[in-house]
Structure formats: structure tokens, C-alpha cells
Design a protein around this ligand. Structure first.
Ligand code: HEC
Ligand code: HEC
Length: 332
């Protein structure tokens, strides 16, 4: 009798967690079949897609070859979309994390993917085989891409020159690959934003620009609630270290004192560098991951809408030193 009870207890102790683990292993991320869409390759679509890829959403930032010896790390044109081993650049990632080759090369890129599969990966975070993508790929923000914009993006992807660049596949550590299965989400149909509503449009641009991903401090990969855009996220890379700034309207530690004009000027100071004229970066203190070059090409209406939206964020007092390795800036 006792033996039987002990056996049952033992089964419960060992069996339940095992079932839980098996469930986590077998569970699929939330996903729907990719749509059968074939995007129209019109010049307008390709131009809009190029703007989203190169400027607004800075897909270049992770998927293209970059020259970090220059201010802002401009893109090397011949390596656009070729992919990068991100864990070889950014320290602290859980395993081998690869931003894949997304040029139309059929062997090493995504040339064999359907347009529907590309749209699903970008907005919903599952790859062709239905595997959850590691959310360094900012699909939680790209989920808001309108149907029109995501189709433009795919039209541009299809127009890229194929680059042959074999890369390893992402291999995440245990248990990270189990937990990220909960991140993907079907996006459904997404209407275009109403540009006449400045705040809503600004919010749209902020989610496409990945501002939250870099500017909200995180703990174990989870954004800390109540600290939206308060900065302080450290990016330790093989090239240098940089910490994201507090861009809440806090007067002392955020950008609360910035006028719209000053905000725009900060971005437009990089305008000429974006055209390949970026000077050589001097010293470790000059390194940044803020996509200044990409964003310097946004029109004033867009940056103005971003500014307007940022004014509505809760001010958070959080002093941040953005360039910890810059000499002479602050006396420690
Ligand atoms: C901050 C870095 C980052 C940015 C910015 C980024 N990606 Fe990614 N992307 C990744 C990583 C990392 C993966 C792979 C994740 C994995 O394998 O789990 C990925 C995966 C993908 C995939 C799936 C490819 C495959 O072979 O599985 C596509 C398509 C893609 N990204 C397109 C884009 C587009 C389009 C943009 C811009 C709108 C973009 N990405 C911006 C990091 C990024
Ligand atoms: C890939 C990460 C990344 C993304 C995406 C990003 N930022 Fe940044 N940003 C940084 C880092 C790091 C800094 C601090 C270093 C610097 O100023 O270059 C910074 C600095 C800034 C500053 C300067 C603040 C100051 O006090 O000088 C502003 C303004 C800013 N970001 C706004 C934005 C906005 C708006 C977006 C989205 C449209 C955005 N950033 C997206 C990483 C990022």
C-alpha cells in the first residue's frame, strides 16, 4: 500500500515537470499558414520598401555589412542584406544568433521563399519552417507594419542583388529556445496609419523604428515595465561599448528640454554622412549603435511626428552615461 502511494508521489514529482518540459519542447509558436500573396513590383512600392529597409526600420543595421571604422557604421553597398553573425558582434546573446542572408540568393539567402513566407517572418516572427525567430529580430514592433508597407518591404527585398554568403544557423541555448516560442503572434490584416493624426502616426513610426527595443531597459530580455524609453541598455560589442539614452520627456535626465527644432537638428547633423561621406570614427568613445545615418534621411514630418509622440511618454528620471568609454566627457 505505502509502496503504491510512494510510487504515485514519485510519478507526480518526476512526471509533472517532465510533462511540462515535453509540452514546452513540442509546443509550436502561434502561427498561421503564410498567405498566397504575390506582391506587385511597382516602382512606388520598391521605393517605399527601400525607405523602410534602409531608413525607418534599419534592416541594414543587422542584415547588411557595415563599416564600423566610420562614424555611424555606414552600410557597405556590396554586402547589403548579406547577413551577419550577431553573436560575433554583440556580447551577451544566448547562443549563436545569426541575422540571416535575406537577399534573393536561392542557396544562401531567401530566394526560394514565397512572398507570404517573407511577410510572415517579418511581422509574425516565424521562419519558413514555422520556428520562432529570436526576438532580437524586432518583429514585435514590425507586427504593426501596415499591409501596404510590409508588401513594399518585400517588393524591395525581391529587388536586392543576390549575395552568396553562407552563414551558420541560429542555435539558441537551453532554455531560451523554449521560452521564445511564446513571442510570435499572427498579425492579421493591418490598415495603413492615418497620417493626419500626428500622435498615432508618430507611434507607428516609433514601433517601426525599433526605438523601444534599444531605449527601454530590459532584464533577462524582458522590457522593465514603467521604464519605457528610459534608456540605460548597455550594448557591449567587439567594436566598442555604448548605452542607450533616456528619451523620455524627463527634464533633467531625458530629452524634456529639447525643442522640436533641436531634436530634428540632432538627426540632420548626420545627413551628409549617410551618403557614404562618414568620417573615420575617432576613439572608442565615438562608437554608437543609434541608427543616426539611417534616421537622418527621414523627412521633417516623420521626425516631427516621432517627437510629438515622445512628448506623450511618461517622464522617467534615469541618468544615463551613453558613452562610458569616452575620455574627458565626465570626470568620474
Ligand atoms: C536588431 C537586429 C535586426 C534587425 C534590425 C532586423 N533583423 Fe531580421 N533578423 C534578425 C535576426 C537575429 C534574425 C534571425 C533570428 C533567428 O534565427 O532566430 C532575423 C531574421 C529575419 C528573417 C528570417 C530569415 C530566415 O532565413 O529565417 C527575415 C526575412 C528578416 N529577418 C527580415 C528583416 C527585415 C525586412 C528587417 C527590417 C524591416 C529586419 N529583418 C530587421 C535581426 C534583425
Ligand atoms: C539599435 C539601437 C537603437 C535604436 C533602434 C534606436 N536608438 Fe536611439 N540611441 C541608441 C543609443 C545606443 C544611443 C546613445 C548613443 C548616441 O547618442 O549615439 C541613442 C541615442 C538617441 C538619442 C540622443 C539622446 C541624447 O540624449 O543625446 C535620441 C534622440 C534617440 N536615440 C532617439 C531614438 C528614436 C526616436 C528611435 C526610434 C525612431 C531610436 N532612437 C532608435 C540606440 C538606438
Amino acid at each position: 500500500m505505502w509502496k503504491k502511494i510512494l510510487l504515485v508521489i514519485l510519478l507526480l514529482i518526476v512526471g509533472l515537470p517532465a510533462c511540462g518540459l515535453a509540452y514546452l519542447y513540442l509546443r509550436n509558436p502561434a502561427r498561421v499558414p503564410p498567405s498566397a500573396i504575390k506582391v506587385a513590383m511597382t516602382p512606388e512600392r520598391i521605393a517605399r520598401g527601400k525607405f523602410i529597409f534602409q531608413n525607418l526600420s534599419d534592416c541594414d543595421g543587422c542584415h547588411s555589412e557595415r563599416d564600423f571604422a566610420r562614424v555611424g557604421g555606414p552600410v557597405v553597398e556590396s554586402g547589403r542584406g548579406r547577413g551577419n553573425v550577431m553573436s560575433g558582434l554583440l556580447n551577451g546573446l544566448p547562443g549563436t544568433v545569426v541575422a540571416p542572408n535575406i537577399t534573393p540568393d536561392p542557396e544562401t539567402g531567401i530566394g526560394n521563399w514565397t512572398d507570404g513566407e517573407k511577410i510572415r517572418a517579418i511581422r509574425e516572427g516565424v521562419d519558413r519552417d514555422g520556428r520562432a525567430l529570436f526576438p532580437l529580430m524586432p518583429y514585435t514592433g514590425y507586427r504593426n507594419l501596415s499591409d501596404e508597407d510590409v508588401e513594399s518591404l518585400v517588393a524591395y527585398l525581391n529587388s536586392l542583388s543576390p549575395v552568396k554568403n553562407p552563414l551558420p544557423r541560429t542555435q539558441l541555448d537551453f532554455p531560451v529556445f523554449l521560452f521564445i516560442k511564446g513571442v510570435p503572434q499572427p498579425a492579421g490584416r493591418v490598415p495603413s496609419p492615418d497620417r493626419s493624426d500626428k500622435l498615432k502616426y508618430g507611434q507607428y513610426l516609433v514601433s517601426l523604428g525599433g526605438c523601444m527595443d534599444c531605449h527601454t531597459p530590459a532584464e533577462k530580455g524582458q522590457p522593465i515595465p514603467g521604464k519605457e524609453l528610459a534608456g540605460g541598455q548597455l550594448f557591449a560589442t567587439t567594436v566598442g561599448r555604448v548605452v542607450s539614452a533616456n528619451i523620455t520627456p524627463d527634464l533633467e535626465t531625458g530629452i524634456g528640454k529639447w525643442s522640436e527644432e533641436y531634436f530634428l537638428k540632432k538627426f540632420y547633423d548626420y545627413k551628409e554622412y549617410a551618403a557614404g561621406a562618414a568620417p573615420k570614427a575617432v576613439g572608442p568613445g565615438a562608437f554608437t549603435l543609434m541608427p543616426w545615418l539611417a534616421f537622418s534621411q527621414l523627412p521633417p514630418e516623420d521626425l516631427g511626428a516621432v517627437y510629438a509622440f515622445l512628448r506623450t511618454i511618461k517622464p522617467v528620471h534615469n541618468p544615463v552615461e551613453t558613452h562610458p568609454d569616452a575620455p574627458n566627457l565626465t570626470a568620474k
